[in-house]
Design a binder for this molecule. Sequence first.
Ligand code: 4AZ
Length: 292
Amino acid sequence: MHPFNAPAHRAAARRSASVAVAAGTVLGLVAVSVGTAHAATATDRGRPGVQIIGGVEKPNGSYPFMAALLSKGKGNPRDRHFCGGSLLSPYLVMTAAHCVVDEKPKQMETVVGRTVLSDKKQGHLRNVRTITLHEDYDFALLELDKPVYGIAPVNLPTQGTDALIRPGAKATVAGWGNTDTEVPTHPDRLRAVDVPIVSHIECKASYPDYDKTVNVCAGVEGKDSCQGDSGGPLFRTLKGRKGVYQIGIVAYGDGCAAQGAPGVYTYTGSAKLWDTLWKSADGKRLKRLLGR
Ligand code: 4AZ
């Protein structure tokens, strides 16, 4: 199996990426609930309220760098949506490997800059020319058949500094993922929620497979990404700087928005991630596409 926590096929990815880390559940809850007013229990997880993501709808034109990954077909794009992504350069959309591991370029398409999935007039719809999976991490790049110009791509953190993932700092995660795990609800309009960055120590306690060189955690009880948000961006805006800095890619979690179980993200400032990507078979081509 691919070293990231990939479900066997994308149908599984759509249902839940959290299955792969279920073994970490009990440990995580015990470790992180100490000293809090309310320790979440297994029963809490099924209770309405506890698992609501806590985001808000975004107006048209918000987060234009946001991409939706769609299965090709005749149906409503809302029903064909399976993951999020972000524009990294005019020719590249960045997403999670577990979203596209079983995908063929011809079976999918991506739309950049759309807010309401069913509104076919919004955004820039593109075919996918190639899918490159990172060999080691939950990271993938989609090469588009035609560039997307006129939308500012996301910025990446400076590699080798973790200045943007200081615990407690506020980040934002956006997507069309589930808003209520009790009654799975998949919104048509883009949503976003502000989530605090969680320390590596706390994340490792919740998730034994957590790797601080290529992961970052964020979220708090009631505020989290969820199924369908996978591949989408966790980002910050910085005072005095234009644009957004994407610090993470939605990867996995133990359920959604539960106490002691923050969302886990692939860390986009990881030097290890980019170094190994540039050294891979497709490294040279991808580097050129990143510059275009
Ligand atoms: C998922 O199944 C998934 N709470 C995505 C994000 C999180 C959990 C599950 C994080 O795609």
